[in-house]
Design a protein around this ligand. Structure first.
Ligand code: SF4
Length: 256
């Protein structure tokens, strides 16, 4: 994909959503970090339902550490992998309290040393909480980058590298959210909404999902068989179908 196309894609995404935001509910970097850890294999809505009850009770590293795994578990029990997540969240709270004075660290290396925090989570926190121009490639961004041709890659590391290298600097900070929201709501995994996609003419995906209108237009363009105007063909010569009464007579004759 050339630079002009890439720039136009981000220009349109920005035009549609000038200030993209995470769909996770948070008010501090620590809340964001906890919410991102909880969001693994769970929906943002599910996480928000849990944290709406948790954060009024405990939203600092010290408070979560005090809660402990036993105290935290009931708040997040509706999420998948909640036992592991409870251990990770309490572990990272204790480490932040002990080694970082209760403040979420601002470097990838320090973030990645926290329990339950990998490169993707670290990048989300760096980008969303601290405004760093990095892109956390999740399943949505991976799909959009490959389909559109923005940054084709065989794994998330390659896609991340390409996106960070090729995205025009003015779009880099928000690219993460534009692409994630585009993948979540338009360029969905099954049946992408290409018919209403605002970058469809720029996207290089070969198997675009055409809208029904286009399909019916194609169907309408197929040649339709006209009814024949020729008279019906005469019955074939040779053995003729027997009438019902004639068949009955023949059976009677044989039985005599
Ligand atoms: S045109 Fe279709 S495949 Fe391309 S970005 Fe839009 S929704 Fe995704």
């Amino acid at each position: 994909m050339n630079d002009a196309k890439r720039r136009e894609i981000f220009t349109r995404l920005r035009g549609a959503n000038p200030s993209p935001r995470s769909e996770l509910a948070y008010t501090t970097p620590f809340e964001l970090l906890v919410s991102v850890v909880l969001s693994a294999q769970s929906t943002d809505k599910g996480v928000n339902r849990c944290t709406a009850k948790l954060y009024p009770v405990a939203n600092t590293p010290a408070a979560i550490a005090r809660l402990g795994v036993e105290g935290l578990t009931p708040f997040i029990a509706s999420l998948g992998l909640f036992r592991n997540k409870a251990k990770a969240v309490v572990g990272l709270a204790e480490l932040i309290e002990r080694e970082h004075g209760g403040q979420v660290p601002r470097t990838r290396e320090a973030l990645e040393r926290l329990p339950g925090v990998g490169r993707k989570t670290a990048n989300v926190v760096l980008n969303t909480a601290f405004g760093e121009p990095v892109i956390a490639v999740d399943t949505h961004i991976f799909r959009v980058a490959n389909r559109t041709g923005l940054a084709p890659g065989k794994d998330v590391a390659e896609v991340e590298r390409k996106l960070e290298r090729t995205t025009p600097p003015e779009f880099l900070r928000d690219a993460h959210h534009w692409l994630i929201l585009h993948g979540r709501y338009v360029c969905v995994a099954r049946s992408p909404k290409c018919g209403s996609c605002l970058i469809a003419d720029l996207c290089e995906f070969r198997d675009k999902n055409l809208p029904d209108d286009d399909r019916s237009a194609k169907a309408a363009a197929k040649p339709v068989r006209k009814p024949s105007t020729r008279p019906p063909a005469p019955p074939a010569r040779g053995r003729q179908p027997m009438a019902k009464t004639a068949r009955a007579g023949a059976r009677r004759g044989r039985s005599r």
